[in-house]
Write a protein that binds this ligand. Sequence first.
Ligand code: XIL
Length: 312
Amino acid sequence: DTPLRDLAAAKGKVMGTAVTGSKLTGTYGDLAGREFNWLTPGNAMKWASVEPSQGSFNWAEADQIVNFAEAHDQDVRGHTLVWHSQNPNWLANGSWTPAQLSTLMQNHINTEVGRYKGRVAAWDVVNEPFNEDGTYRSTLWYDGLGADYIASALTWARAADPAAKLYINDYNVEGVNAKSTALYNLVKSLKERGVPIDGVGLQAHLIVGQVPSSFQQNIQRFADLGVDVAITELDIRMQLPSDSAKLTQQAADYKAVMNACLAVTRCTGVTVWGFTDSDSWIPDTFPGQGAATPYDENYAPKPAYRAIVEAL
Ligand code: XIL
């Protein structure tokens, strides 16, 4: 079979997956290298992973993934620089003045983006800034620095690697709704202010049978603002156990997501959040749910895989 990455490339799109560095060997490594042309470290580039204690860095897994990507002619999506979650305890539990927070953020961005300058094609600079109702999420960053932490982060990321594409990434922003409209208004105002922003990431952690009907329309409205759109963390979960009816619906859902992206020129492509059910975050985070990816636990392609092929 033709690898997904080649089918996608023929349509001007990319096909990515989140990966775990320690698994990039054997069948997992073969499939990650063969089927995909973008990799996102699932956890390895998060602040808690790279700076577990202040001033003491661990780049081993991130380096491994970037090296693997280069060996397989793949691009890397850096994930993620500024987030409320998976921060090291020393950072999350510290009490910081606004000036200190600002310096911490700037140094972190300089250090991480600088380390991978020229080797990471796009960064999820800010992750999950909004609540469901479109207000800003209360976080270490928002509470200390106000909404302009987002503009600051983007500006510092641009300075650290002018060639990297800079994204804001969030979930439940796939359809037109209050949260995606808040993201839309933010991007519009950043563009008007001249703050560097190249794209939005729509995570797309979806539920079987619930692909938003306004997905394509929503992608299009961001494209019309003059930014790229990437589907950054696609998975489509179901109540376990899976059965053939659910897997068939899931395949239709994967196809619908692919088609929404294929229909909009500025949609750069789709990244799945793990390509095998054996390396998916879903069962740990949503008890009783799973089977969310295109390959089963034994690396057999599921109907969802076939559906991606058909869409491409
Ligand atoms: C998840 C990872 O896949 C898990 O291994 C980890 O325990 C928690 O984070 N949105 C994001 C990702 O932006 O970083 C999250 O990744 C999934 C939700």
